[in-house]
Design a protein around this ligand. Structure first.
Ligand code: NAD
Length: 489
């Protein structure tokens, strides 16, 4: 079987691959601006059927209680994706603009392999915990705590790391016994649609358990948040949309789990190897053109060495060219769309208006006539009060900010509406760990440690969201807790 053989993707609703009620829409290669093909454009009636199918599959089949079936199906999906991994790699590079290099990790193979973690967790999980006998209020009682699926999950995802985010929701949600309606971003519909093909053709996942609804209409996401047949919404995207999802979900008091934006800080302490730290900071902001929610986009350095730090970061970023993501050496590809490129450019213009300067970059690369490219850019001369230091840009843009010692560095890092991630570099490991402990962020890298892994929880403080994805904590987001008390005599 070849994926997307006719260049047209379909919806997966109630076990069937179908076309969309609103016809089709073009999906575009962001590196070339060429139309790749067509995706099914679902309408509200399609979404209504998908929610109905997920509800029926949850209420009327043994999916939620048959752990053996679920574990088998998740492993089948993993195998099917691995079998087609080279096709998926080409597709991911073309649909997402993801650099080839990153498809060996978080853009493709990482999340495929991480499906094992979801299956293994379900297989080994203590679904029922025996709390033993007690006599609350004098009544002898045998007590147990049972964990069971929440029900129908609405999963709404963005375009930047679509396999990672689609699978980090699907894997644990299914492993926990839920049924799912996945509404991916319209910018990367094919990455989600191929999952539908593989599920329908290569797994025993029963009809209705997974429904995949691609659409240009964002209101279909809002339908998931509002519909009372949906029990939980798992959302990854911008903070503004997350706020709207939370408000829409309030009417039915459904559980809402949000992974949102970030403006994470990279703290360089005064005993750190400045050259190494600032090079790493510059390099990491270029990965996938900076389109990562947890990328550290504020480089906070000792004031006495500010100019040196700016020069090092600019030396690294100035040497990285935004270019063809299909080439093995590329780390900075295009941003996803003309709209996103223009948004990043408007922040670059704002940096100058705010009194900043560019130590490198600052606009579109002259050598890329087509494609949505932005030059890796270092902004200098601003403080943490500048809008470019406070708002998420989502491009290959680093703002360098001076600090006056550890307390000031911590203050600057925490002075943000967001709290997704942070990095600390310092030669004295104990001191660096002490700084890390004071940061209000969901993931912290100390001296180059890697927090991204299937068994590590990922998520944010403050307006970066609530709840955790991945790890056992991420699995348990998809579970209800039932306390059962049985009279002992
Ligand atoms: P977005 O918020 O515009 O869209 C995300 C998804 O929500 C899309 O599927 C979209 O169709 C849908 N949507 C839009 N309006 C909706 C509504 N009113 N109700 C329900 N669904 C709606 O985000 P984006 O531009 O696709 O992605 C970029 C953003 O995602 C960035 O802010 C980034 O930080 C964030 N992000 C966060 C994480 C994380 O784990 N914290 C990971 C990746 C991306």
């Amino acid at each position: 079987m070849a994926l997307l053989a006719d260049g047209v993707s379909r919806l997966l609703i109630d076990g069937k691959l179908t076309s969309g009620g609103a016809g089709g829409f073009a999906t575009v290669n962001p590196a070339t601006e060429e139309v790749l093909g067509e995706a099914a454009n679902a309408d509200a009636a399609d979404m209504d059927r998908a929610i109905g199918a997920a509800r029926r599959a949850f209420d009327e089949t043994d999916w939620s209680t048959n752990t053996e079936l679920r574990v088998r199906c998740i492993r089948q999906l993993r195998e099917a994706m691995l079998e087609h991994v080279e096709e998926l790699r080409d597709l991911t590079i073309a649909d997402v603009g993801a650099p080839r290099m990153l498809t060996a990790g978080a853009q493709l193979e990482g999340p495929i392999n991480d499906l094992s973690f979801a299956a293994d967790t379900a297989e080994n999980y203590e679904w029922t915990q025996d709390l033993g006998e007690a006599s609350p209020m004098g009544i002898p009682t045998r007590r147990s705590v049972v964990r069971e699926a929440v029900g129908v999950v609405g999963a709404i995802t963005p375009w930047n790391f679509p396999h990672q985010i689609n699978l980090a929701k699907l894997g644990p949600a299914l492993a926990a016994g839920n049924t799912v309606v996945l509404k991916p971003a319209p910018d990367t519909p094919w990455v989600a649609a191929v999952l539908g093909e593989l599920i329908a053709e290569k797994t025993d996942i029963p009809p209705g358990v997974v429904n995949i609804v691609t659409s240009t209409d964002h209101a279909l996401g809002a339908m998931l948040a509002k519909d009372q047949r949906v029990d939980l919404v798992s959302f990854t995207g911008s903070t503004a949309t997350g706020r709207s999802v939370m408000a829409d979900a309030a009417a039915t008091i459904k559980k809402v789990f949000l992974e949102l934006g970030g403006k994470s800080a990279f703290l360089v302490l005064d005993d750190a190897d400045l050259a190494a730290a600032c090079s790493v900071a510059g390099f990491s902001v270029c990965l996938h053109a900076g389109q990562g929610c947890a990328i550290t986009t504020r480089l906070v350095v000792p004031r006495a060495r500010y100019d040196e730090a700016v020069a090092i970061a600019a030396g690294t970023m100035g040497s990285i060219k935004a270019g063809d993501p299909s080439k093995p050496g590329t780390i900075c590809g295009p941003v996803i769309s003309a709209r996103q490129r223009d948004r990043v450019q408007s922040y670059l213009d704002l940096a100058i208006e705010e009194g900043g300067t560019f130590a490198c970059g600052g606009g579109r690369p002259a050598d890329q006539p087509a494609g949505f490219f932005i030059e890796p850019t270092v902004i200098a001369g601003l403080t943490n009060e500048a809008r470019v230091a406070r708002e998420e840009i989502f491009g290959p843009v680093l703002t360098v900010i001076p600090h006056d010692g550890d307390d000031d560095a911590v203050r600057i890092a925490n002075d943000s509406p967001y709290g997704l991630s942070a990095t600390v570099y310092g030669a004295d490991a104990e001191r660096a760990a002490g700084v890390a402990a004071r940061l209000r962020a969901g993931t912290v890298n100390v001296n180059g440690g890697v927090w991204y892994s299937a068994d590590m929880p990922f998520g944010g403080y403050k307006q970066s969201g609530n709840g955790r994805e991945m790890g056992v904590a991420g699995f348990e987001e998809y579970l209800e807790i039932k306390a059962i008390a049985t009279a002992a005599n």
